[in-house]
Design a protein around this ligand. Sequence first.
Ligand code: SRM
Ligand code: SF4
Length: 591
Amino acid sequence: MNLLPSTGPFRPDQKEYLQGFLAGVSQRDGYGVFAGHTAHGEVTSDASQAGPNLAEPREEAVHGTPVSDLCKEELWKHQEDSLEIWGRMLEHAADDRFPDPEQTFRFRYHGLFYVAPAQNSFMLRCRIPGGALDSYQLRGLADMADTWGGGYADITTRANFQIREIAPRDITNVLIRLQELGLTSRGSGVDNVRNVTCSPTAGVDRAELLDTLPCAKGIHHYILNNRDLYGLPRKFNIAFDGGGAISTVAETNDLGFVAVRVGEGKAVEPGIYFRIELCGITGHRQFASDSGLLIEPDEAIAVAAAMLRVFAEHGDRTNRKRARLKYLVDKWGVEKFIGETQKKLAFPLIRLPREECEPRPAVIPHGHIGIYPQKQEGLNYVGVCITVGRMTVEQVRRIADLADRCGSGRIRLTVWQNLVITDVSDAKLDEVKAELVAMGFHWTTTSISGGLVACTGNTGCKWAAANTKAQSVELACYLESRLELDRPINIHFTGCPNSCAQHYMGDIGLQGVTVTKDGEKVEGYNIVMGGGFGEQQAVAKDMYKAVAYADIPPLIERVLRVYLEKREVAEDFASFTRRHEQTALLEMFSS
Ligand code: SRM
Ligand code: SF4
């Protein structure tokens, strides 16, 4: 009998011989005989050397998750690199064809969102680090929206720009033109680091501790040039806050860098540092929390890259509902996450309790709207209210012209869906004001529209239960014609639980739901109140469920009238709603 190992499986006669042999040995010793494999794949009888059986090819894995366990989207990512689909996009353009579900997912790597059934067309989402644009880019975007889109554009809640109603035949035209403008849309959708935000007045804010625009641009370009930072387990948000007069709500991001000053006599040299906040995800009712880490500003890109790689390697690749950074850190604890990050860094991470840093200078409520002097003598920035971020191409062009004529040609988009024109000389302020009024815009901080944020809603997004943009504008007009507020208020309209407009951090937050009224299904909202950010940070509390939209304007009017009547001196809306229990508020609002 030939018992030499062959390349195929054992023959029946070989198996029988081995079984008999092993049974004999086992009887002789009185217990089973171990046979396993060493780490090099040899068969061994020594249990202490046990390793995997390499005789069979090991199942492929994605960062340790076997391919058979991957969720659908992870499998697509594993099968083909979505950054390599230029040919396919050209094909779709040539055929004027919409993509199937798999290609719809892949196209989002390039910022192309096929948004049917809400609209039978593509939406282009750009990537504009820090929301910083030059006038020629703004004009170029307006031309794109005119030529290939619906003649309008939106500023998003990540200080970004979206153009809608693009036909399949034009998808490569828009991508090419965008690059010609020095912009990109790469990685603006699905499982990538989204548009990196920073303080919209970075570099001009008198109160800021640090100009964070170079940080936002730095990580943006690092990602663009390191392919392993695409295809994360899920989306990832990064923000840099310079610690100045305007918040960029870093605490709503997966990773927030917040500038702080450390004074004399502490464990580190006095100076300006970043504190790192982790795992903001307000749709899941969680703000980012301080990690205890204190880093030098020039370490920020390296630390962000290391944290992204830890997330890429260990985030959940099987269940997309649990694939955000929050769930990895919930599972591990912050210490383990920091420990794994440290392993990837060539310099030590340092901790310092938050109390050892100086308190943040006061944030101006609604400081993103209004006219303020810059740190550069004689110059000002003008925060313009672009109600819910929507502009016609004509308005976009006029803003670009205004920035050229009266400023330095630079503008900044904000996470409040508004924009800031910088470098306006004192002498030009009146001209800017007059032109803004002529365009239908304003800069009044206490207006309802100045604090209005609304996601895309059901005219563009299939998840939406309501027409958020139109209804929010209607509500603002209704309230502004009946009430006068002397303190800013934020109202956030979000079309579904995904919370793209962060309703849980609004003074008043509305989340779209379908409501049955008089036997008919109509658009409506769940309403939360008392949310806030920064010093006022709080997740808003549930107040009303399933209110038909038609009933909302009079309801919110009543709420605001009660607030104005019963508040303490100079009390803001958030403090007022927090001072009372939900039942007490409901009672006051019902009378
Ligand atoms: Fe969002 C998905 C629009 C900011 C949480 N978001 C979507 C999609 C792509 C719907 C879809 O999957 O088809 C929406 C496209 C609508 C359209 O056609 O315009 C959409 N999200 C938006 C924008 C445009 C809202 C706006 O009007 O400003 C914002 C684009 C930002 C950007 O420029 O990149 C936008 N989305 C946000 C934010 C706020 C933020 O990122 O700072 C959030 C909450 C924060 C967070 O960390 O999640 C947000 N969007 C979501 C989620 C829920 C993710 C989750 O893990 O809970 C989804 C659904 C998903 O990813 O599967 C989603
Ligand atoms: Fe769409 Fe919902 Fe996001 Fe609004 S919150 S844009 S409805 S996914």
